[in-house]
Design a protein around this ligand. Structure first.
Ligand code: SAH
Ligand code: SF4
Ligand code: F3S
Length: 474
């Protein structure tokens, strides 16, 4: 199957490059009309996968002649949406309403929507009915067709809608515009086959598809030549990478290949599903000089009843054993997690069990989410939805524990000298720069723009809880 995918993709790629040329002409006409370069603004909601997709959108928009802006008063505004929780959707509707008002004053303005939310029929119905001023709507499976869709939008005076239910295509090598010159996300697999009962991602991102090892390596080598020192391998469940390739490869096997790339300094990845985290992976991280000391390992719940109803396919005992093994083998690793509060049927005792796990594992950080009912998922049809008040009480209790554990773990590196990848000038004090340790903790220290993108040794003088103040050595 994979061979055919590559062939189809090659043809598709050519078609898209032809459309890029055609859209350039349209944008040139617009530029002549406006007597200035038209501007665009990409607004990203959701996860790192969406952030990476937005770099692809930006790449195309710059190639066809638009100029980037961070203002929604632009000639082309696109929202790359998320639908993992309902509040993500509400944010989009709210901002879209405001955008409609802006468009009334700028008749040559065009508005596009894409991303996970667009894969839901109810969203499309609502857009048609209440937001008719939107010019272009497309989903997650046909984002590679963006140039062609832009062309269709210029040709049409009505809302252009193109949503695919599924795809087996992976189209490579279209323009990408990276947000940071020194680090980049890389998709290694698309979609998700896990169907956790609360989660909408498998419905909006489709079936799991792994990219070929050589395509990933080729992309990373190209990035390294272009100045990238850190990559973040992206997938909803990176641990199941490669299982469905014609010649199956394990995620650990892929990591070992990436490790060999000269000039690449750091490797990160997101997200690991506990059920598929192998001993081989733990050993590979342990032996690696490049894989960062950070593992995001979503727990979701510490109660076996809830884990079962969530279809997570592991028990609290298995999770605890895994966390213990990871900490034993790689003592300097930082462990972070996701927890959902208020899943249907969750009781105060279930929350107590989650709190027990938090106390035992001592996560370096945990993201706690209030359960959000997603239409079409099995959990949405469950009868025992938890009343809001109870959820709030549980959420507050959990948050306290999470913060307590994080405080206990914080500061453990004080006094040590460690490598930091400098990412930017400090937001609040421009005599400082901000960077990250291998374990993902932020460090602030005196320095200037010339350090951005470099890995330097920093003495971690003072812990401030979630970050350190340091001093550059040498
Ligand atoms: N693929 C990743 C997670 C992707 S979504 C994984 O399996 O770990 C990121 C996080 O959002 C999840 O870990 C979960 O904690 C949360 N989440 C997903 N669906 C949710 C829902 N319906 N309500 C609340 N939180 C949810
Ligand atoms: Fe959602 Fe579960 Fe897939 Fe993560 S693994 S994206 S939580 S279905
Ligand atoms: Fe959201 Fe889609 Fe990511 S639903 S979390 S943007 S995969």
């Amino acid at each position: 199957m994979s061979r055919e995918v590559t062939l189809v993709s090659e043809q598709e790629k050519q078609v898209q490059y032809e459309y890029i040329e055609k859209v350039k002409e349209k944008v040139a006409l617009l530029e002549a009309k406006l007597s200035r370069k038209p501007t665009f603004c990409v607004v990203t909601f959701g996860c790192q996968m969406n952030a990476r997709d937005s770099e692809k959108l930006t790449g195309i928009l710059k190639t066809v002649g638009y100029e980037e802006s961070d203002s929604e008063y632009s000639d082309f505004v696109i929202y790359n949406t998320c639908t993992v929780r309902d509040n993500a959707n509400q944010k989009v509707y709210g901002r879209l309403g405001a955008l409609g008002t802006i468009k009334k004053k700028n008749p040559s303005m065009r508005i596009a929507l894409c991303g996970c939310m667009m894969q839901e029929q109810s969203v499309i119905d609502k857009l048609k009915k209440s937001y008719p001023f939107v010019d272009l709507v497309f989903g997650t499976h046909n984002i590679y067709k963006f140039a062609q869709l832009l062309f269709d939008m210029f040709e049409s005076d009505r809302m252009v809608i193109d949503i695919w239910k599924e795809t087996d295509k992976i189209v490579e090598e279209l323009p990408v515009d990276r947000k940071y010159h020194f680090k980049s996300g890389i998709n290694i697999l698309f979609g998700c086959d896990n169907f956790c009962s609360y989660c909408i991602v498998p419905y909006v991102r489709g079936r799991e598809r792994s990219r070929e090892v050589q395509d990933i390596i080729k992309e990373i080598k190209g990035l390294v030549e272009d100045g990238v020192v850190e990559v973040m391998l992206l997938g909803q469940n990176v641990n199941s990478y490669g299982k469905n390739l014609e010649h199956p490869v394990s995620f650990a096997g892929l990591l070992r290949e990436i490790e060999k790339i000269e000039g690449l300094e750091r490797i990160r990845f997101m997200t690991s599903h506990p059920k598929d985290l192998s001993d081989e992976l733990i050993q590979t991280i342990k032996e690696s000089g490049k894989i960062c000391r950070h593992l995001h390992l979503p727990l979701q719940s510490g109660s076996n009843n809830i884990l079962k109803a969530m279809n997570r396919k592991y028990t609290r005992e298995q999770y605890l054993e895994l966390a213990e093994k990871i900490r034993r083998e790689i003592p300097d690793i930082s462990l972070t997690t996701d927890i959902i509060v208020g899943f249907p049927g969750e009781t105060a005792e279930d929350i107590d069990k989650t709190i027990d796990v938090i106390r035992e594992v001592q996560f370096d950080n945990a993201f706690t989410f209030i359960y959000s009912k997603r239409t079409g998922t099995p959990a949405a049809a469950m009868e025992n939805q938890v009343p809001e008040e109870e959820v709030k009480t549980g959420f507050d209790r959990l948050l306290k524990e999470v913060q307590k554990a994080a405080r206990q773990r914080a500061g453990k590196l004080t006094g040590m000298v460690m490598p930091v990848l400098v990412e930017e000038i400090n937001e609040h004090d421009n005599s400082l720069v901000t960077g990250r340790l291998s374990n993902n903790t932020l460090v602030h220290f005196k320095g200037g723009t010339e350090l951005i993108g470099k890995i330097v040794s920093v003495s971690l003088d003072e812990s401030k809880g979630f970050y350190y103040f340091g001093r550059m050595e040498g």
